[in-house]
Structures are given as structure tokens and as C-alpha cells.
Design a protein around this ligand. Structure first.
Ligand code: GTP
Ligand code: MG
Length: 691
């Protein structure tokens, strides 16, 4: 509904400062909810996809709050323009605070339950019904949209522009949706926790409207997000960008959404540009010497040993026969007469990061941002210290739970229940204290020395554990110290699952790039199709430890199979027939331990002889290159091995930038051309191939 300016003044007692202040007051709750959801997810690898989606939504809320927090201008209080805006948005945003409090209570309840009694999936289903998840997620989605709208309106240059923007049908629809749900929420009387002591004051402003409960919008909100997310893999949305909750009511598309960047580094970029009052796009410049790899670079040095080629041929057959539910194949069928993409080199080079979940796309993304803006993380270390601590505690907890399940005792056998209870009690509090008590830190430090604990860690492929659990747990005293300042490496080693396509503009040595990071999870790959338009380079991250992670559960996942099949379908896709391909084998620093703890020959065959990092990585390279069908595509492909996290040695993202700057031949010697790998393979294995 529209109105004259005077009508707006009369109907609204709230000012913009009050609205912004209320939203910011729940910032801590948002952080705690993210932490709780992440803890839930890391404990249950079968956690519904909606849990990941909600983490993504909350990051967006956090980003919006970050951006709002810099808008402290007294003008917001006085200007009639902002008074009008306040009157337009306050109903829509009115139940943001109660929602966050209710969500926190719900998560506390979930986290307080004993984790050991039920299997993950049944527990999640039992404890958090799909309907509740839908309600929270849908409401969050609409609040994110309303917050976005507010941010955009505030940034309008003139009152007329603001009015025009707010009058748009799209804007009105966003406000209406948020407002509808605000009203409906009070009707959810089976969820008494929705209205807590602290929130009744705010909630009471909205009258419960039974008509809304019967409305189409409300009925829509009742639909299953989980089912939608699963369906997403089959039916692309018109704009190709997934809504964080799998629904289509997100009115803002990628272009006009001011908070499209989930990654902290990217968020910082968006924020800094906002502070300057400039546009979203920022110029990140660095010095030329950053391109040359430093001494002791962990990137690859190849030899010409041809170990493992026999298995390569056999293996690739089985990979080709795999059926995958990802976007490349339907697209190929539909688009058989497509023309190859044309690139305008004056535009920023689009770099698309692809790979299975956990392969290192976002870590590389952050590394690229760091290469262009070296202080991007060190500006606000306090943002990360608590998160890193929680990461460490979650890892300890996963190992202890696995010990119970696998029947691996601590050296001090009676101790495990006590320690587990202590850790559980601590980490189930959403507002866990930081810095933690000395007693807790001592307990964790002692655990790391315990033989039983280490034995369970060695069996990490049998349960879900962060890749960098050992790094964090072994550094527990450092990261628990009150004066702890996270290093870039600490931050890069944390895990945050990506749930939406994000695009980050950056400039390095006068070249402009748009880095596109996508969610690896199968159910979230819908956004890939749109993201793959006009791509100059695809960087495919390969997790070499994936062979050891055949996770048990209702549907065992062979991550290595999945990754090779995904690579094969992407690299041979006709849409990428002019695209440079960089294959980055990540986690080289973890590989020696992995090979020791998980014999690769068990997976690839007893004769593979894959007992060293070098032999194994070469074997993997030849498998990958063997999946590329045409010689021409092999010539466009570079392969490198990387440790993406150890910044004190070398930022591997610099090597990628080196390749991006000089497509074609001029790459440094230690990065091999796929065509050469293939030729080596052919010459050393010709007899085998001719048979
Ligand atoms: N030690 C080490 N850890 C790495 C390396 N590359 C990635 N990781 C870790 O692997 C985990 C997963 O990495 P991400 O970058 O989040 O994976 P992703 O491909 O973005 O995963 P999705 O967002 O789920 O698709 C993180 O904890 C990273 O720190 C590496 O080279 N070395
Ligand atoms: Mg990611």
C-alpha cells in the first residue's frame, strides 16, 4: 500500500535509528545461532540440507547487520526521508528479533540433548520437525530480503529515488511477504518458544490474522524446504541462483542484492566499499613481487614416474559408467547446438571455482582475496577468534563421540564419559564462554596426548571430522589464550560450507577478475548453470584425501568417485570448449598423514603401489587427465598441487593468479601442462593402451 509523505509520518512512531538499533541488538544471537547450527552439522553428517541452508541465511543476516552497523549517521534520526522509510519497513522487520531469539532457544534445546542415543538422521528428524525448520527458514529468508531492501533504500541518493525504489512492485512484495509472516508467527501456538519473555513487547505489535493462515502465501511457506532443495538438483530456477532456503520467493537477484557475498573476506570487501560510499566493486591492488613463488613453495615438482597407469584405464571405465545427478548432463542434452562462448577481454576475467564439497574452493577463494588484499583478515581478528575456538571444541567432541561409537577407549578408560560430559556441557551452551576456563583447556591438551584419542583420530575416515582438526586441537593452548590473535592460516583452516553462488570482484596487478565460488553440495548445484556463463577459466579443486572418506550412513558416499565423475563431465562439456582449465590438487600438506593412516592401495587396488605423496599424486593426475577426451582440451589444462592454507610458506593462490595472467605457455616450470602429462603417460604405457 502506498501513501503520501504526511500519511507515513502519522502512522509510524518508530525512527530509523530505532529500527536499525533493534536489528543490531540481536547481532550476537545471530552469531550464536550460526555457531550452534554449524556444531549440529559437524556432529551429524546426515543433517538435513536445510541446516546448511539456514547457516547460509544467517551469514547473510550477519552481513546485512554489518552493513547496517556502519550507518550511524544522525541524519537517519532526523531526515523526513528516513522517517518515511522507517514507517514503510518497520512492520516487515518487526519480528526479526523475536525470530532470532526463538531460533536460539530451539537450537539450545537441540544441542542440550544427548548426542549418543540416536543415530544422526533419526535424531534430527525426531527433534526438529520439518515443519519447524520450514517456518524458521522461510521467515529468515523473508527477513533477509527485507533487510536487503532497507539497505538498498538507505543507499539511494535522493528522496525521489528512494520513493521510486520503495514503490516498485518488487519492493512492495518483499515487504508484504515479510509482514505476512510476522503476523503469522504469532499464530504458531504450538511453538510457545516463539514468544519469549523478552520478545512479547515486540511481537505484540502485530495482530494475529487468521486469514493469513489460510492464504496462499502462508500455505506456500508450509511447503517442504527439504523437498525443494532436493528437487533443486533437477529443475533449474529461471535465474539459476538458488534461494538460500530452496524456495523461489527471493525477489532480489544476484545483480541487485547488496549482500551476495558469504565469505568473510568478501563481506569485508563489500563493507569497506560501503563505508567509502562508493559502489560495490572494489579495487584490490598488490605488488608485482607477489606473483613469484617464494622459496620452499609447496606446489608441485613433477617427475616422470608412471606408477599406477594400469589401474588408470580400468578405473576410468567405471567412472564413466557412473550416473550423476548434477547439472552438466541435462545441459549438454538440451544445448546440443550451442555456440561457444565469446569473451570480451576488457571485462573482468570470470574465474569459476568448481569441485565437490570440502575440496577447497572457498579456501582458494579466500587465498585469492588475500593475495590481492593481504590485510583483509587481520583488520578484525576478534571476528574469528571465537569461531576458531568453537571449531576446535567441535573437533574434540566429534572424536570423543566416535570413540564411544567405535569402542576405542581413552588410555584412562574411566575418563571418557567424564570428559565427554564436560565437553558436551560446555559446547552445548550457545553462548559458550570465550576465552574458556583453564580446566577445559588443560583437559583438551591432555586428550591430544592420549593414545586412545590419537587412535580414534587415525580412524577419522570412519566418521565426520574437520580436515584441520589435528591442527586446531594440537594448538589448543595458543587459540584459547585471552590474547589470541588468529593468523591468516588459522582462518583459512576453518570450514564454512558454501550454500550460495558468490561473486567477488578483485584486481591484481592491473588485471580484473570476478571470482565465482559455488556450493559443492549436490542439492545446491542448481546455481552452477547460471554461474558458468562467459567463464574465462575454470579452476577445479581436487581433494586427494577423498578416497579415504567413504562415509557410512544410509547412502554411503564415495567422494573420490563423485569427484572424478564430476571432473569428467565438466571438463568435456562443450560450453567450456574455450575455457582454460586449472586443476588444483589441494591439501598436499595433509596427504602424507592420510596415506599413512588410510592405505590408498585398499581403494585403488593392491598393486597400485601408492605409498608416497609423489606416487599417489602422479597417479591421481594421470587419472584426471585421462578423463579429458580431446587433445585440444588437454592443451588448455594446467595441473598443480597445492597447500592452500600455509601462508607462511607461500600463498598458492598467487600461482593461480600467475596462470590467469598468462594463459598459454608462460607458466612456471613446476606447473605442468596436462598435454605433457598425457604424453608421458602414452609413451610409458603405450603397450597397455594399444591392447
Ligand atoms: N590443510 C589444508 N586444508 C585445506 C586445504 N584446502 C582446503 N582445506 C580445508 O578443507 C576444508 C574445506 O574447504 P572449503 O574451501 O570450505 O571447501 P569447499 O570446496 O568450498 O566446500 P563447499 O563450500 O562445501 O562446496 C576447510 O576446512 C579448509 O580449511 C589445504 O590445502 N590444506
Ligand atoms: Mg565453499
Amino acid at each position: 500500500m502506498r501513501g503520501t509523505n504526511s500519511e507515513y509520518y502519522n502512522m509510524d512512531p518508530l525512527t530509523m535509528i530505532q529500527i536499525v538499533g533493534t536489528a543490531l541488538s540481536v547481532g550476537d544471537i545471530v552469531v550464536r545461532c550460526i555457531t550452534s547450527l554449524t556444531a549440529l552439522k559437524s556432529r551429524y553428517h546426515n543433517a538435513p540440507i536445510i541446516v546448511s541452508a539456514m547457516i547460509g541465511q544467517l551469514y547473510m543476516v550477519q552481513s546485512a547487520l554489518d552493513q547496517l552497523s556502519v550507518l550511524k549517521s544522525p541524519e537517519l534520526q532526523r531526515s523526513p526521508r528516513y522517517q518515511q522509510l522507517a514507517s514503510q519497513v518497520h512492520h516487515a522487520l518487526g519480528s526479526f528479533a523475536p525470530l532470532m531469539k526463538a531460533l536460539e532457544e530451539e537450537l539450545d534445546r537441540l544441542n542440550e540433548a544427548s548426542p549418543l542415543e540416536m543415530r544422526a538422521k533419526s535424531k534430527m528428524t525426531f527433534m526438529w520437525s520439518e515443519k519447524d525448520m520450514n517456518n524458521f527458514s522461510t521467515f529468515l529468508d523473508r527477513q533477509v530480503n527485507a533487510l536487503n531492501l532497507l539497505l538498498q533504500a538507505i543507499q539511494c541518493q535522493t528522496w525521489a529515488q528512494q520513493q521510486d525504489f520503495m514503490d516498485r512492485e518488487e519492493s512492495q512484495s518483499i515487504l508484504q511477504l515479510a509482514q505476512d509472516y510476522s503476523s503469522s508467527i504469532i499464530g504458531l501456538d504450538d511453538r510457545s518458544s516463539f514468544i519469549s519473555e523478552d520478545t512479547t513487547g515486540i511481537s505484540a505489535r502485530f495482530d494475529f490474522d487468521p486469514i493469513i493462515l489460510r492464504s496462499k502465501l502462508y500455505q506456500e511457506a508450509e511447503r517442504s524446504h527439504l523437498r525443494q532443495a532436493i528437487r533443486a538438483g533437477r529443475s533449474p530456477e529461471p535465474n539459476g541462483i538458488i534461494s538460500t532456503n530452496g524456495q523461489c520467493d527471493r525477489k532480489f537477484n544476484e545483480k541487485n542484492n547488496p549482500i551476495e557475498l558469504l565469505d568473510e573476506a568478501s563481506l569485508r570487501i563489500a563493507q569497506s566499499s560501503l563505508k567509502d560510499g562508493t559502489s560495490q566493486e572494489v579495487q584490490l591492488c598488490s605488488t608485482p613481487d607477489q606473483l613469484s613463488p617464494g622459496p620452499g613453495t609447496p606446489t608441485t615438482a613433477f617427475s616422470t614416474d608412471s606408477a599406477g597407469f594400469g589401474q588408470f584405464t580400468r578405473r576410468s571405465k567405471s567412472i564413466r559408467s557412473m550416473k550423476l545427478n548434477h547439472w552438466w548432463k541435462p545441459f549438454q542434452r538440451r544445448d546440443s547446438n550451442m555456440t561457444v562462448p565469446q569473451f570480451d577481454r576488457k571485462e573482468p576475467q570470470k574465474v569459476l571455482l568448481l569441485g565437490i564439497p570440502g575440496s577447497g574452493k572457498s579456501t582458494l577463494h579466500r587465498g585469492l582475496v588475500l593475495a590481492a588484499q593481504p590485510n583483509v583478515f587481520s583488520d578484525k581478528p576478534e571476528l574469528y577468534s571465537h569461531r576458531i575456538w568453537r571449531h576446535a571444541v567441535a573437533s574434540v567432541r566429534s572424536i570423543l563421540e566416535a570413540m564411544e561409537r567405535l569402542g576405542v577407549p581413552l588410555e584412562d578408560k574411566d575418563n571418557i564419559k567424564k570428559v565427554l560430559a564436560e565437553i558436551h556441557q560446555y559446547s552445548s551452551k550457545a553462548a559458550a564462554l570465550f576465552p574458556p576456563s583453564d580446566k577445559l583447556v588443560d583437559t583438551i591438551a591432555l586428550l591430544w596426548l592420549d593414545k586412545g584419542f590419537k587412535d580414534a583420530y587415525k580412524r577419522r575416515s570412519e566418521y565426520q571430522l574437520n580436515d584441520n582438526a589435528a591442527y586446531f586441537v594440537s594448538s589448543i593452548r595458543r587459540i584459547a589464550a585471552p590474547e589470541y590473535v588468529p593468523t591468516d592460516e588459522d582462518i583459512l583452516r576453518t570450514r564454512t560450507e558454501t550454500t550460495e553462488v558468490t561473486e567477488t570482484p578483485l584486481e591484481y596487478m592491473s588485471s580484473r577478475y570476478t571470482i565465482i565460488d559455488v556450493p559443492g553440495a549436490d542439492a545446491l548445484r542448481r546455481g552452477w548453470e547460471r554461474a558458468s556463463e562467459h567463464i574465462a577459466t575454470v579452476v577445479f579443486t581436487i581433494d586427494p584425501t577423498a578416497y579415504s572418506c567413504v562415509l557410512p550412513g544410509d547412502e554411503p558416499i564415495d567422494r573420490m568417485q563423485e569427484q572424478l565423475a564430476l571432473f569428467e563431465s565438466a571438463v568435456n562439456d562443450r560450453r567450456l570448449s574455450q575455457t582454460d582449465i586449472v586443476v588444483v590438487i589441494t591439501k598436499i600438506d595433509l596427504l602424507e598423514d592420510y596415506l599413512r593412516d588410510n592405505d590408498a592401495n585398499n581403494y585403488f587396488g593392491p598393486d597400485s603401489n601408492l605409498d608416497t605423496v609423489d606416487k599417489y599424486t602422479q597417479y591421481l593426475e594421470t587419472q584426471l587427465i585421462g578423463l579429458i577426451v580431446s587433445d585440444e582440451a588437454r592443451r588448455r589444462t594446467r595441473v598443480m598441487r597445492s597447500n592452500l592454507v600455509n601462508m607462511s610458506q607461500h600463498n598458492s593462490a598467487l600461482d593461480i593468479l600467475g596462470i590467469l595472467r598468462s594463459p598459454g605457455a608462460s607458466i612456471s616450470d613446476h606447473k605442468r601442462h596436462a598435454a605433457d602429462i598425457f604424453l608421458d603417460f602414452m609413451s610409458s604405457d603405450l603397450g597397455l593402451r594399444m591392447v
